[in-house]
Design a protein around this ligand. Structure first.
Ligand code: HAM
Length: 478
């Protein structure tokens, strides 16, 4: 994406719809003189920062479908919604996610405020939710406490399709229960959501990375294995040997993948408690008949995880895998942030990726209800009457389209036709004076004049009857 500044010039609507508007190339530096001083203003770049984008109305159908499904599913599983700031003190994230992770070392957006506070745009949602859980004393609530949140997340990563510096997550966290029945229920919820979105061809990858007790021994073993193969590792993984050896298992570089294939596996080195926990999770998943693959290389990129970790993958036509969501247990996080020991588990879905996947497989989107009536008007008095009529109809829950601009009657009727409405109410200069309206049936082309005070009831009657099937070809009488 080039970052060339362009002139701040608004194109006409007509241009926008008919042509692809090319950014103008020249930047304009604005120079002004104030109190004898020359002030040079930087040109405005007519695009958001790299890796961020607008989600335009024509894409919202997919986003709406995702939001609708989420809104329907989270209460069914006992979640309450929580909204938290996108900005938190930086050390909350550093302590939760951990130094040595890509998220903290490379991707977090941090800055110092005018009040000298060190803050960060959230690179994920769970740390903030955990902070809110402790701050608001939610540990006294009946357990488990289930919290759902949705919103933007910021990661300074190299942008590409499906990877943005601002992306959106739907985040589910459950506090206060250690039993793996909740791990299974959360995976079931993820299945339910993806199924409702039409995304059935996905793979659930699960693993257990143990608790701090068994993991310490495992990591020692892993480090000595990778030390013996150090020459074969990529540069980043050589560094990871010191900072975050677990992450080497997750490296996508061919040579590291080959070395990792023979590395000791977490599941073979779990303590009894962690092994039983993982075993019972798999039993629950089998009971629920939810397919999964055990992936011993799956470690996740955040330090707070313990025991269960999982990811949901989609595969495109070229065999490329993308993670649509992921999560796991973080039984020690609340305590490490200063709260009472509270086991927890959660996961997040990447909404941008869900939408991409829905488009790729041509899954159903949610179309906003279409207006069935159009109001066309001509002249100032007619416009006034139309505005009132619009408000009356809208108050009665009737969806109406209008074009209160200055267009001719002909062009307004063309718009009505394009929108595929069933009826058009026309108020011209004569009708405005007579206090009448013309009701035009857009399918048959018939029209009748009715008094203004009767139009509301007349419309309600017509709309109560079955929606008419509009065949565009047949509308040739405009
Ligand atoms: P995560 O795997 O880092 O987990 O992110 C969750 C999902 O967000 C990913 O599976 C992916 O679909 C999406 N995602 C991540 N980065 C990007 C990006 N740069 N552009 C577009 N989509 C992206 C977490 O964030 C954990 N906090 C999940 C969790 C909740 N664990 C416990 N509770």
């Amino acid at each position: 994406m080039s970052k060339k500044p362009i002139k701040n010039k608004v194109s006409s609507k007509r241009n926008v719809s008919k042509k692809i508007v090319k950014p103008l190339k020249k930047s304009v530096k604005k120079v002004s003189v104030k109190a004898g001083k020359k002030i040079v203003q930087e040109p405005i770049v007519m695009q958001p920062p790299r890796g961020m984008r607008d989600i335009l109305p024509n894409e919202q159908e997919y986003w709406n479908r995702v939001r609708m499904v989420l809104d329907k599913e989270y209460p069914k599983y006992g979640f309450g919604r929580i909204d938290i700031p996108v900005l938190e003190y930086s050390n909350l994230f550093i302590r939760s996610i951990g130094k040595g992770t890509d998220l903290i070392d490379k991707e977090i957006y941090t800055f110092v405020t005018k009040g000298k506070d060190k803050v960060a745009l959230r690179p994920e949602i769970t740390a903030g939710v955990a902070r809110a859980f402790i701050q608001h004393g939610m540990n006294v609530l009946p357990k488990p406490v289930k919290l759902f949140s949705i919103g933007p997340v910021y990661r300074y990563d190299r942008p590409q399709e499906g990877r943005y510096r601002e992306h959106f997550q739907a985040n589910f966290d459950i506090f206060g229960e250690e039993d793996s029945v909740l791990d299974a229920q959360l995976i079931q919820l993820a299945y339910r959501i993806l199924g409702a979105l039409g995304l059935k061809n996905v793979q659930f990858q699960v693993n257990s990375i143990g608790c701090p007790d068994c993991r310490k021994e495992y990591i020692d073993m892993l480090v000595s294995y990778f030390e013996s193969k150090k020459k074969k590792l990529c540069k980043t993984c050589k560094a990871r040997l010191k900072t975050n050896p677990l992450r080497i298992l997750d490296c996508k570089e061919d040579k590291c993948v080959q070395v990792s294939a023979n590395a000791p596996q977490t599941v073979d080195h779990l303590c009894n408690g962690c092994r039983d926990h993982f075993k019972s999770l798999l039993e629950y998943l089998d009971e629920l008949e939810l397919p999964y693959a055990i992936n011993p290389q799956l470690v996740r990129g955040l330090d707070y995880y313990t025991r269960t970790v999982f990811e949901i993958w989609s595969t495109d036509e070229e065999g490329k895998k993308k993670s649509l969501g992921g999560g796991g247990r973080y039984d020690k996080l609340i305590e490490s942030l200063g709260g009472e020991p509270t086991p927890a588990i959660g996961f997040a879905l990447g909404i941008d990726r869900l939408v991409l996947e829905m488009k790729r497989i041509k899954a159903k989107s949610y179309e906003n209800p279409k207006p069935r009536i159009f109001i066309a008007q001509l002249g100032n008095l007619a416009k006034k009457k139309s505005l009132k009529l619009f408000s009356d109809l809208e108050r009665d829950g009737i969806l109406i389209a209008e074009s209160f601009g200055r267009g001719s009657l002909k062009s307004q009727l063309r718009t009505a036709n394009r929108l595929g409405v069933e009826m058009t109410i026309i108020i011209g200069q004569k009708e405005a004076l007579d206090e009448t309206v013309i009701m035009k049936n857009m399918i048959t082309g018939t029209q009748e004049t009715v008094p203004q005070e009767k139009v509301l009831n007349a419309m309600k009657k017509i709309l109560k009857s079955k929606p008419m099937i509009i065949k565009k070809k047949k509308i040739n009488n405009i």
